[in-house]
Design a protein around this ligand. Structure first.
Ligand code: DGY
Length: 425
């Protein structure tokens, strides 16, 4: 049964493989997406290590000169997606978007290297990636934390990966829609519109893109010029985790400067995360930097904070909080609290379960000694796949598969979770 699932997951990866990169799913997302790609490499690593490295190398080859790694690489034209390269107009030799995404590469590269069967190849390829990943981290701290608070802000919801989270609702009222050029969405032709963000949200996504484009994608200006500046605990936890994993890897591969700087970022970040702790919710929550206020929103972003080495009592509280959420759903972890009025179990990041997020939360909780909850989250993840296939996301109560089908990173997580357990056994 386990092997059947792994084989089916490998089939999904084969179906979205474009040779040197994967697309997240055919149709809905026809290009290379940043964190989709890196997390998918974890799946490849179990049966084709060379291909796993290529996935990450292809992404990093499109890093901007300032260090930014874009969230989409438009390798081949495809008019089935909006907004395409002509809307972004970033002027890169191979067109890319102009914003970034959660930097999971430091984490993934260490994990793939730690488990490598071909250690010589792995060391060589990891060593070549180290300075690039480090430059990307430095870029975040330079351009998305210009005041040096220790925490970075995202300037577009697409950067978080949690596009239409309830977390942004309040801040989004400050993003105008005047002057947005008329557009036709393509996502709703591929996926059920009721599973996707609304037209109102899309207008604001595009307003921000136009705004940044008018500033020539100059990252020295974008942060302060954006009406949307949000400090997301989940995003920061991923960056912190990647910094601390990069530090370990850099030490092992003989790059002490990278190790020292990465460790310093991680330590400052973990200390700074404390301001995002919300005692009433029993989890972390976002800080709206543009408005100067904490956002009282019970989303999975605050639970994903467990992915980095937060203090043990915080990890225990998050495990307890997820346990409470488990009393209201059949499948952990919902992307928003089902008891909150804004919850919508099918609409993208306003309630559904995502396997990549489950994987990262379980990994962090496991490392913090919260093994029972980590195991339960992994088991719920596999039950979802058994019941509903390799979807983009799932209703946490009914298990209905939502969004796109045959999804690359969902399949990669299944391979990762099942193979890791087998290897451990
Ligand atoms: C989309 O188009 O839905 C993506 O999430 C943006 O990156």
């Amino acid at each position: 049964m386990k092997q059947d699932l792994i084989n089916a997951a490998r089939e999904v990866l084969r179906g979205t493989d474009r040779g040197s990169y994967t697309v997240p799913t055919n149709g809905l997302y026809p290009f290379q997406w940043n964190w989709d790609s890196v997390l998918s490499a974890l799946g490849f690593a179990h049966f084709d290590e060379a291909r796993a490295w290529t996935e990450i190398e292809t992404l990093m080859a499109h890093q901007w000169p300032d260090g930014m790694v874009p969230h989409i690489i438009f390798h081949q034209m495809d008019d089935g997606y909006f907004p395409g390269p002509e809307v972004w107009n970033t002027g890169r030799p191979v067109p890319t978007s102009g914003i970034s995404q959660p930097p999971v590469a430091g984490f993934a590269v260490r994990r793939i290297h730690d488990r490598a069967r071909d250690k010589a190849m792995s060391a060589e390829r990891a060593r070549a990636l180290l300075p690039r990943i480090h430059a990307w981290h430095e870029w975040f701290y330079r351009h998305r934390d210009p005041q040096g608070t220790g925490l970075v802000a995202i300037i577009h919801p697409w950067e978080s990966g949690r596009d239409n989270s309830v977390d942004w609702d309040d801040a989004f009222t400050r993003v105008p829609t005047e002057g947005v050029q008329p557009f036709r969405r393509r996502d709703t032709a591929h996926a059920n519109p009721e599973h996707r963000p609304t037209d109102e949200q899309y207008k604001r996504y595009i307003w921000l893109v136009q705004h940044f484009r008018n500033l020539n994608w100059d990252n020295a200006r974008l942060h302060d010029a954006s009406p949307f500046r949000m400090v997301d605990p989940g995003f920061n936890a991923i960056l912190i985790r990647s910094c601390s994993d990069l530090a370990v890897l850099a030490d092992e591969l003989g790059e002490p400067d990278i190790a020292r700087q990465s460790r310093a970022h991680a330590e400052r970040g973990i200390a700074a995360m404390e301001i995002l702790w919300n005692d009433a919710l029993g989890q972390y929550a976002c800080f709206d930097r543009a408005a100067g206020k904490l956002i009282d929103s019970p989303s999975v972003g605050g639970l994903l904070a467990a992915f980095c080495a937060i203090p043990q009592p915080r990890a225990a509280a998050i495990a307890a909080r997820i346990g409470k959420l488990g009393e209201t759903v059949r499948f952990l972890v919902p992307s928003h609290d089902p008891q909150a009025p804004e919850y919508d179990g099918k609409r993208y990041w306003r309630g559904p379960v995502w396997l990549i997020v489950n994987y990262m939360i379980a990994d962090g909780l496991g490392a913090a000694g919260q093994t029972a909850m980590a195991r339960r989250i992994e088991e719920d993840s596999i039950r979802l796949i058994e019941q509903s296939g390799f979807a983009e996301y799932y209703d946490p109560i009914t298990a209905e598969p939502c969004g796109g089908g045959s999804f690359t990173w969902t399949a990669a997580m299944v391979i990762e979770i099942l193979s890791t357990r087998t290897e451990a056994a």
